[in-house]
Design a protein around this ligand. Structure first.
Ligand code: LCS
Length: 398
């Protein structure tokens, strides 16, 4: 229940955390576009480095605008602390590089964003770290999941709903396996956003975002965020972010603070539209398959209902006539825009096998359920009937 002391989440996403500046009284916080900060004297500088004095040092190590965004993401995820990074991939790298050393392993589902798959499968192997990438079926079985871990496992990782298959994994089941092994569970919460799913409440230890998507909401910035306990966030900052240096620009952070204010209204509209479009596609004679967690026909509908407030705005589908028909659809839509990325106001359409997930060897991609003909739609916030009319008229050409 919402009270003055505990505002509803729709209020939290809108309001600032620190109130207003004492003298300037800006409604919106200023952008601290500075690379370095002035010390009061030599002892203060030394104290800031030693951690015995309060004060910012250098933006890679900390900046008030970045801190505001870190606190904002923590507040909407229900976490003690939050961090910013230059991109979603930088946030994924921060986790993998903080927790693993040569000889270690980690367990993840093989159904992942293509960049994450490439980092895990190629680059982490190059560093002597073994990615144990499970099939979606194994990811739904607590015993098989735990059996994939051992004393050298350093973290567990899932994307849910996964990009682009829309597989929904049981966060509480993964959290139990992680707890039993004594390692953190990391959940990539990019697709649902904290508006629809809060993994920390279900037992996850770290939440990760490609903020580039719904948190920005406007397709104009790249950035990543992490949230979790103070202890884990401090470790990730000290062991990776500070010295490897994937720092978000304070200007970008300021745009994120602006974008997040409308997260609740955007997500509700995204979901309204996606529900209508999924229902339209499911009935369409040219559509041979559709994956949307909000449809009763989706294999993970029950778990999606349990752990998500609504079902998000990402839809995957196949059209009759396979890859060629899919290409014809993507080449002829007029309102939907042929582009990767997702979570923008505009509806985006793309072909994962040749685009976002081209980093998968074909066999691995098929094992993850990413078929040759799968088309991914990121439903925007235009009028739903206009999106439906665009898809309907284009499918007449197939
Ligand atoms: N995690 C997920 C679930 C993603 O979808 C992406 C990017 C990332 C992490 C990486 O974030 P970035 O570094 O791009 O901020 N997904 C993309 C996609 O599906 N199309 O283009 C990028």
């Amino acid at each position: 229940m919402s009270t003055r002391n505990k505002p509803a989440r729709a209020t939290t996403v809108v309001h600032g955390i620190h109130g207003h500046h004492a003298t300037t009284l800006d409604l919106v916080p200023p952008i601290h576009l500075t690379s370095t900060f002035v010390f009061k004297n030599a002892d203060h500088g030394a104290g800031c480095f030693a951690g015995t004095d309060e004060g910012y040092i250098y933006t890679r190590l900390g900046n008030p605008t970045l801190d505001l965004l870190g606190e904002k993401i923590a507040s909407i995820e229900g976490a003690e602390a939050g961090l910013t990074a230059a991109s979603g991939m930088a946030a994924v790298a921060a986790v993998a590089m903080t927790f693993c050393r040569p000889g270690d392993n980690f367990v993840a589902c093989n159904s992942l964003y293509g960049g994450t798959f490439a980092m895990f499968n190629r680059h982490m192997r190059d560093f002597g770290v073994e990615p144990r990438l499970l099939s979606p079926a194994d990811c739904r079985d607590g015993e098989r999941l735990f059996a994939a871990t051992d004393a050298k496992t350093r973290f567990l990782f899932i994307e849910t709903p996964a990009n682009p298959t829309l597989d929904v994994f049981d966060i509480a089941l993964w959290a139990r396996a992680a707890k039993k092994r004594g390692v953190p569970l990391v959940v990539d919460n990019t697709f649902p956003t904290p508006w629809l799913s809060r993994p920390l409440e279900l037992g996850a230890d770290i939440v990760l975002h490609s903020g580039t998507k719904y948190l920005s909401g406007h397709g104009d910035i790249i950035g990543g965020m992490l949230a979790g306990s103070k202890e884990l966030m401090t470790r990730i900052k000290k062991d990776y972010l500070n010295n490897f240096g994937p720092t978000m620009s304070p200007f970008t952070a300021w745009l994120f603070l602006r974008g997040i204010k409308t997260l609740a209204v955007r997500m509700e509209k995204h979901c309204d539209n996606a529900e209508k479009i999924a229902a339209f596609l499911e009935k369409h004679p040219k559509v041979s398959k559709i994956w949307y967690p909000g449809l009763a026909s989706h294999p993970d509908h029950a778990i999606a209902k349990k752990q998500m407030a609504r079902f998000g705005a990402m839809i995957a589908f196949e059209v009759k006539g396979g890859v060629d028909a899919g290409k014809k659809l993507m080449d002829n839509v007029q309102l939907c825009t042929l582009a990767v990325s997702l979570g923008d106001c505009e509806t985006l359409i793309q072909h994962p096998a040749s685009m976002t997930h081209a980093s998968y060897p074909r066999e691995e991609r098929l094992k993850a359920g990413i078929t040759d003909g799968l088309i991914r739609l990121s439903v925007g916030i235009e009028d739903a009937d206009d999106i439906i009319a665009d898809l309907d008229e284009t499918m007449r050409l197939l």
